[in-house]
Design a protein around this ligand. Structure first.
Ligand SMILES: Cc1ncc(C[n+]2csc(CCOP(=O)(O)OP(=O)(O)O)c2C)c(N)n1
Ligand SMILES: [Mg+2]
Length: 602
């Protein structure tokens, strides 16, 4: 990456340095595991401890000195994986997460599912046993031993393993890393038998070098299919590009821009998958949203050629646009995603028609197509209005809406480079302007609420020292489920700004109850019951302070918001962790869940 993310040390005060024992010449099974974690290049392991991996824990501290990888202690396993998820979203590279036996893995599962759906690499490690029953301590070792622990996450990891000997460990970890980082990327899980970790080895076996087990070079498109794709695009009169799961690389960003400009194509972007195209570019089409908006559907219907760069749920988007009729546009699909699909999860989404499918990563396809295309007249793209900001709605200084929160945040950050993670459900397509692939990182992939704080910390970890200000804009429900992830950021001096769009509600679901009541002619006024987080209202700033972070707010008016955000940014720029509680009017700019426009409580 271009901005120096992913440094392997967190700097002074942030590493817990052990006193190292003298070299004894006496090695243990877990020493091989720890040395291989260093060899494959994991910079950090986020963890919550447990006896099942006390051997490995000892090796990481007392053999490796708690560096490369450095431990990041987390207060919940879900945070450990969410941190790794956020880190990978920025760097494209995995870090490790270690979770204790079956119970720790159970806590981690939602975050693993999120990482899986978001197609990010995570090397998840765990432990069980002793597998040999005769070695188990009474009671606790029995409840924390599972015959097939990997089964807990097998349906949403690319691979899992439980090496059955110390000699099998290096190969297992080399394969894990290779699989996690081969596109399409995803989490992998390796489980270490507690007894193997605690086996005395004496001498250290010779360990393999990771350099010979790297992931393969990315596949190139089939030449005939590529030529046909170029011909299809050249002949297109009304092309549309759907920017889906693209990379965070600046070169890829520039090539996508060039492609759109050469084709004069209208570009639709998806806030779920992060910044992929400049929001204010004249080719940017209307906001697409999670469920394609009416305007986006109209553009899709008009298109003669649709180029999908791994758009999440292309099948669903086309189906919505064509209202179930046969899709008349030609469809050019670039995606490797089919390689991950299994029968357990439907995260593969609707099956899209594809006249040509280039089975490569989307940015590889763009790079391969560019030399085969000629620049063309602007064509039909001039027809669409340039992307309009959604911040034009009523701006009362006495009330903060999710959209005016975005405007206030934009004013407060001024010209700073920022990186926004997650964003509240209330933000529609173009609420946050993007001009760089790191401006906006998108969502959690799996729709698992509670991931926000952990992902924010992982993102901030990856950005530490880059000069980019990490900002997470989270719902209050999301924040409350994951709030103790902040402790890890404070403890390891990871600066991050958390802005909570606090509507005192699991508001997305109030809208669902609203819809149900209307459909059934029942009292809509009851939609808040079982949804509103009030009486008492959790004090978010105090919850942040309780973990050593700086808590601000609640800010209820535009002037309070401006002042509070300025103070919070100063705090983060001085190395702090800041949370700002912003009371927002319940309402959505673009109702992503239900597909309608701005909805207010009332
Ligand atoms: C783990 C999990 N539990 C429940 C849900 C269902 N759900 C989707 S959005 C949402 C509300 C989230 O509340 P908040 O973060 O405050 O955002 P708001 O909708 O209020 O803007 C809930 C409960 C979910 N997606 N994931
Ligand atoms: Mg809420």
């Amino acid at each position: 990456m271009s901005e120096g993310q992913g440094s392997k040390s967190l700097g002074p005060g942030a590493i817990e340095r052990p006193a190292l024992a003298n070299e004894t010449g006496d090695y243990w099974g877990s020493d091989v595991m720890a040395l291989m974690l260093r060899e494959i290049g994991l910079p950090y392991v986020a963890l919550n401890p447990g006896a099942s991996y006390r051997g490995l824990h000892d090796s990481l501290v007392n053999l490796l000195g708690n560096t490369e990888p450095q431990m990041l202690l987390c207060l919940h396993e879900e945070h450990a994986v969410a941190i790794a998820h956020g880190y990978a979203k920025v760097t494209g590279k995995p870090m490790g997460a270690i979770v204790h036996s079956n119970v720790g893995l159970m806590h981690a599962t939602m975050a693993v599912f999120n990482a899986w759906c978001d197609r990010v690499p995570v090397v998840l490690l765990g432990a069980t046993g002793p597998v040999a029953a005769d070695k188990r301590r009474p009671w606790i070792d029995w409840i924390h031993t599972a015959a097939d622990q990997g089964a807990l996450v097998r349906n949403y990891t690319k691979w899992d393993d439980q090496p059955n000997s110390v000699a099998a460990v290096p190969e297992s970890l080399l394969r894990a890393y290779k699989m996690a980082t081969t596109a399409p990327c995803g989490p992998v899980y390796v489980c270490f038998d507690a007894a193997l970790q605690e086996t005395r080895l004496g001498d250290l076996p010779k360990l393999p070098a990771a350099a010979r087990f790297k992931p393969p070079a990315p596949a190139a498109p089939d030449p005939a299919a590529l030529a046909a794709a170029a011909a299809m695009l050249t002949a297109a009169e009304r092309p549309v590009i759907l920017m889906g799961r693209t990379s965070r690389d600046e070169g890829d960003w520039d090539r996508r821009l060039k492609l759109a400009e050469m084709l004069g194509a209208i570009v639709l972007t998806d806030p779920k998958t992060g910044a992929s195209f400049p929001t204010r570019h004249e080719l940017q089409g209307p906001p697409a949203g999670a469920n394609p908006s009416t305007e986006a559907c109209a553009v899709l219907r008009d298109a003669d050629v649709v180029l999908s760069l791994d758009w999440v749920d292309l099948g669903g988007a086309l189906k919505t646009a064509w209202g179930g009729d046969e899709v008349k546009s030609k469809v050019l699909l670039t995606s490797l995603d089919h390689q991950l699909h299994n029968g357990w999860s439907m995260d593969y989404q609707g099956l899209p028609p594809a006249d040509i499918h280039l089975a490569v990563a989307p940015d590889i396809a763009v790079a391969a197509l560019l030399p085969l295309l000629q620049p063309r007249a602007p064509g039909w793209a001039g027809r669409t209005e340039a992307a309009s900001s959604e911040s034009a709605e009523d701006a009362s200084p006495n009330v903060i809406t999710p959209v005016s929160l975005a405007a206030g945040l934009r004013d407060a950050v001024g010209g700073r480079a920022t990186c926004v993670i997650r964003t509240p459900l209330a933000w529609g397509g173009h609420v946050w302007e993007t001009n760089h692939p790191l401006d906006l990182l998108g969502g959690d992939g799996g729709g698992g609420i509670g991931a926000g704080p952990g992902m924010a910390v992982g993102t901030a970890l990856a950005l530490k020292g880059s000069g980019r200000l990490p900002i997470a804009v989270l719902g209050d429900g999301d924040t409350l489920m994951g709030i103790t992830a902040l402790w890890t950021a404070v403890h390891y001096r990871i600066p991050v700004l958390i802005v909570v769009a606090n509507n005192n509600s699991f508001f997305n679901d109030e809208l669902h109850q609203d819809r149900m009541a209307r459909q059934r002619s029942r009292p809509v006024a009851n939609r808040w019951i079982g949804q509103r987080i009030a009486d008492p209202e959790p004090d978010l700033a105090t919850l942040a302070r309780g973990q050593g972070a700086t808590g601000f707010g609640p800010a209820r008016r535009a002037d309070e918001l401006a002042r509070t955000l300025r103070q919070a940014i100063d705090c983060v720029e001085a190395g702090g962790v800041a949370l700002v509680d912003v009371r927002v009017e319940p309402g959505y700019a673009t109702d992503m869940a239900l597909g309608s426009h701005f909805t207010r409580r009332g």
